[in-house]
Design a protein around this ligand. Sequence first.
Ligand code: MOS
Length: 761
Amino acid sequence: IAQAAVKKAVELVPGSLLPGGRPDPLVRRQHGQIGKPVSRVDGPLKVRGAAPFAAEIALDGMVYAALAHSTIAKGRIAAIDTAAAEAAPGVVLVMTHRNAPRLNPPPRFLSGDKAAAGDDSPVMQDDRVRWNGEPVALVLAGTQEQADHARSLITVTYEEEPAATTLSSSDGCEVGTFMGEPLSVKVGDADAAFAAAVHKVEAVYRTPGHNHNALEPHAATLVWRSDELFIHDATQAVAHTAWSMAQIFGLEEAQIHVSSPFVGGGFGGKGLWQHQILAAAARLSGRPVRIVLSREGVYRIVGGRSPTEQRVALGADADGRLTAIIHRGVTPKTRHSPMPEPFILPTQSAYAAEAIALEVQTYHLDMVANTFMRAPGEAVGTVALECAMDELAERLGVDPIELRIRNEPDKDPISGRPFSSRNIVAAYRAGAERFGWDRRSPVPRSRREGEWLIGMGCATATYPYHRMPGGAARITLDAAGHVRIDVAAHEMGMGTATAQAQIAADRLGLSLEAVTVRYGDSSLPGVILAGGSQQTASAGLSVMMAHRELVGELLKLAGNDSPLAGLGADEVEGTDAGLRKLDEPGRFESYASILARSGRTELVAEGSAPMPLETMHWSMHSHGAMFCEVRVNAVTSETRVNRFLGSFDCGRIVNPKMAASQFRGGIIMGLGLALMEETQFDARKGRIMNRTLADYHLPVHLDVPDIDVIWTDIPDPHTPMGARGIGEIGITGTGAAVANAIHNATGRRVRDFPITLDRLL
Ligand code: MOS
């Protein structure tokens, strides 16, 4: 099936994988570096401990920061006593709203009506408290221990006001929006279709809040040099941070330099939060500042995923074809973030149905801003939808894979657009065979080994293809045949530089060793963010466009004496460290020769990616079929995951070694979501009660079984390199696959997540 689909994809749009109708004659020969399991170029540095992270940069005269956090959710600071802290050993500065410099409020992420996330609360500008944990003071001292100690000496008296901490104490619900669009979709009359359906299931699923728990907590080391700010940051968004800080401090963007060559994990929300702003505001100390959030500090000031309550109602006809899909629910947000958890997103393109009604209702709470968090929307939306599909399959007496295949849409059920490429059936078939799905008993609780009940479950994974506008890259080619790529991309462990080096080497006809990639700095061109699983596509297309410019320049330089005389950029390809006419190997000149004849030591070209119009023409998503086998202890109700398989359909895989790692990492996050992760929010105080990894459980090695990953590797004819995103899809579908396996093992349907043993007893 996969081979036939590959053939079809290539025949469909011969030679053209570039969006916007620009033909890309080189795409058919992208089979050199692309697709090779190259090891990460940053690997040796990481293994040796020589990769510098933001909290490891040492600056002369540097002081260490500690934050004091509010202990009420809403009210005002009546008094704040900092005298003891100021007198404590080593203290250089205590900053509160009384002496903090005037700052503009932070802009939201992607500002304006279309803002996607971000928290625009004023930062230490007044005596107001907006959430429990908001910073009320920043202490700078000679050592971290001195700063932490002095911070503990600060006493705050509050005038507390009633806070909204529950749905009933909030001011009511309204339809949520995502990037300016209402999260409300209607096709036909789904309620009537559901009422009339032959078969139906209806259930409410609840997912808890989730917090960021990257190995490296949020951190920055920064220094002012006259009116320029240099930030060594741990961030997924160097350019956006520079742009935001410029607005906050009333400066030009060029006065802010953000560097972030290595990021110790992102989790989605490793962007601009109050810590960088406060550390920069503390310039009145005249000292460089290192600020490293404690694990508790991350829970206090960095937004997470909000809890959701989702009702899914599915109606089907006698043949098991869906006639109604209803997916509605509620989730809290704050007034200062535009983003609710958009859990209906995966349902928009999931299944063919005559009538569909989807809606996210939101209500405002006084809490830390919610944000992008590890496949926002899809991670928890697929939990509800894909568990409901399993419930419907059981009701119908149909195999859950068969039910999904029966309801596979031939076009986007909401927008009516064709799918750019969708091979989910192939992914299911390949996965089922590899996993041994035929060994699953459809009767729950029918397989037992000693104390353990064994079960299998599956679920569909999905994550949209994105590509952000504004992508740009620069290529510098030197006479020795070495190339440097400059692109403001980020390395969170996914292999950014490696992937871009592979793309560049292929197009230039160079060895991988001849390419270096500079990234992670706001002074470099292009790339807004490592997020939305879109960085490789955005940066890759930028590199391809810069390469095109470079080839044009090279052909101009080559001139009339070259074997390439008279040729245009589309008529040549890079090979053997030079250019050659397509299909005419005799007409070749090396880069070194072209540069030497024109007396150049290097050639620089910059290119920008076209607007991401492809998503307006096609419905574009990565897909996957997730398979899980669990054992549940019949005595203790402890769940262990025996085996897991992710069978993906994400277009062409640029680097199988790195992709397997991305898929596995996502699946591990999904296992955490299914079985253990839970932000404990105490509504009496509006306070997050988890403070450490001892009371916020994540999967550790012993919780993670062998995770098998396979993929269709069918190129998407409408994306750069034929690739779609792979960063977040592993998190989606996983929760439902685990829950469905638990049901198959035990006969118990748990709809409140995480599925801890008390919920199974
Ligand atoms: Mo992902 S939450 O968009 O980094």
